[in-house]
Write a protein that binds this ligand. Structure first.
Ligand code: ATP
Length: 227
């Protein structure tokens, strides 16, 4: 039943640049109904056979959006790139129309602040996030993934370093020493959520660690890097 409801969820992607286009493609590939909107005719044509509907429209025009039935869409993704003004205007209109879920791509921190104030439910920052992820993976090949949870908290996925192998979580005392929490450990295909203090680490175990950025950095520097 839940799956049935999920299947019926309808999405709209406004702005079919690299980011919006990729969101649109993935949603369509997952079998979701997607309305693709862009000002640019060529971009819209590219998505004619990919999205359920692809239309040329200016999303800063409220009347046009209403005519497209935007009010019936469950989740709208605003992926307008460089034109920050158009992105903000579009978000205001969507919020005004009471769209249930609005996700907007931000160009910079200032843009992000405004979007949060005017009613975006989720603001994404793909270039910045990608840059941070890459930086962390460059620092050490043991850092497998990095995810920002809030302005000052993150999650990292790290391979157990040599300094950890054979030790229990209790012995390493990560929470007391570094202020971060090991929320799960993956061993092969097995996922161990909330591992107990006597969990003994093996080579190739993957730890999922959550904490404040400064604490995560300390943890990375002392236990993961400089193997
Ligand atoms: P990337 O390609 O990395 O995603 P980007 O997000 O900067 O970069 P752009 O090339 O700027 O991508 O793409 C934004 C898209 O949004 C363009 O195709 C542009 O035509 C479209 N767009 C801009 N303003 C509007 C608007 N008012 N209504 C609808 N589409 C718009």
């Amino acid at each position: 039943m839940v799956e049935d409801l999920e299947m019926k969820k309808v999405y709209a992607v406004i702005g079919l640049g690299r980011f919006g286009g990729s969101v649109c493609r993935e949603l369509s590939q997952e079998g979701k109904e997607v309305l693709a909107i862009d000002l640019n005719e060529e971009r819209v044509n590219e998505f004619k056979d990919i999205a359920s509907y692809a239309v040329i429209a200016d999303s800063t025009d409220e009347t046009t959006l209403k005519e497209l039935g935007i009010q019936n869409i469950d989740h709208v993704i605003v992926a307008i790139g460089d034109n920050i003004q158009a992105s903000i205007l579009t978000t205001v209109i969507l919020a005004d129309l009471g769209i249930k879920k609005i996700t907007v791509k931000a160009q910079n921190d200032y843009h992000e602040k405004i979007l949060n104030k005017i009613g975006a439910h989720q603001v994404v920052h793909p270039e910045r996030d990608m840059g941070r992820r890459l930086a962390h993976s460059l620092i050490s090949s043991n850092i497998l993934d990095y995810l920002e949870l809030s302005e000052d908290h993150s999650m990292v996925e790290v391979k157990a370093g040599r300094k950890m192998v054979g030790k229990t979580l209790k012995e390493m005392d990560i929470r007391a020493k570094y202020g971060c929490n090991v929320v799960a450990i993956r061993r092969g295909k097995q996922m161990n959520v909330s591992p107990s203090a006597d969990y003994s680490l093996q080579e190739d175990d993957i730890l999922i660690v959550i904490g404040a950025d400064k604490d995560i950095s300390k943890f990375e520097r002392q236990l993961i890097i400089d193997e």
